[in-house]
Write a protein that binds this ligand. Sequence first.
Ligand code: AMP
Length: 435
Amino acid sequence: MKAPRGTEDLLGSDSIAWDIIQNTAKDIFSRYGFKPITTPIFEQQDVFVRGIGKATDVVDKEMFHVLSNNGFDKVSHGESLKAAQNLALRPEGTAGVVRSAIEHNLVPQGGPTVKLMYAGPMFRCERPQKGRLRQFNQIGVECLGAADPSADAEIIIMLIRFYEALGIKKDSIRLLINSMGDDNCRPAYRETIRQYIHDHSDDLCEDCNRRADINPLRAFDCKVEKCREIMEGAPKISDSLCDDCKAHYEQVKKYLDLAGIAYEEDPRLVRGLDYYTRTVFEVQVIDGLGAQNAIGGGGRYDKLMEVMGGKPTPGIGFALGFERTYLALQASGIEFKEDSESDVYVAVVDEACANEAFSIVQALRDAGVRADMDHQGRSLKSQFKQADRMGCSVAIVVGPDELANGQVTVRKMDTHEEEKVAVEAAAQHVADMLS
Ligand code: AMP
């Protein structure tokens, strides 16, 4: 049997990379006050429909729907499901975090800013290719309750510091930023783009034409080369921003300048999701990842809490893709080596010594030492080979002759130096040796 198309097993050093990347994120993001949150992997579909937008590809085309047995029966007989039975695997993290923040009143009106971070799998039924999976892992943050441009700048700086901490070279990535305006200025811009699409309908693809009236800004995201060329010529949002949005955007840039963060302004960077307002940003790898070069991105979503049934609360966040970040690290020659599996191997000379050996292994582990033993009845020689393979620095040999004197042999694997130690003192002696 094989894993489903578009999914990956994380084995060996790949799994270690996922751990290291999560730990680096925790380390860096905690310096900025972010605290962990874990939300369900599936939610009521409506969380995503409302929180992401019906007219987005993520919801409209790529969402994995979840059916319980009961739901499956109903659907296959043409019945419809109640909202509570209509579940979907999460395609991204923000909608679930915001649902949780509303449900548990995590951001009371007038309260301090709430900073949350998450890590875990997301699911999108896209056409799989390099850097594009159907189950992939994201690490993301949401900063709720802060409207000030300092919050926008802070999380952008934090994202760049994260990539730097992993060893990604500054000149191998580019940070794109833009402002998408707000309720004041975006509607007029949307209308301008809707009109622009209609004026160029013959040259634009079916999707762009279809979206013209429901989500015209998505045309900027279209992957079709001809559409890209046409949209290059479209009016820019930067020329339509209202004074407040302009001032907000200028201040975000000022803070980035103060922190020495290089950025490129991209007036056509519009995130595909409906809930973004004002600041949007994306980090791209310059070489090596082809079309899937976005390793992270996010933006401000001041309308989202309200759209999802909460009180008006500003918010900003980002998500970064583990798999693409890892590809970028590998492309720049950064490796995550597997650590040795264990530090101490307890070798048994014959079965009669198994009880003592078993007890020593448990005592070592209780003393905080990584220890292991054979569970397959192997010869002493092959137990030593196994100890070497596992990268153990010490072996404890439990044999009948030594046991007769109440002792075991402690052997350093590199120098083969040996000493005899009392059975009951062996675990602590080795633990002390290793510390
Ligand atoms: P998004 O939620 O679309 O803004 O995506 C945030 C980040 O998640 C992107 O910058 C990618 O690094 C990653 N990502 C999005 N979709 C996929 C996918 N299908 N496969 C792998 N990574 C993805």
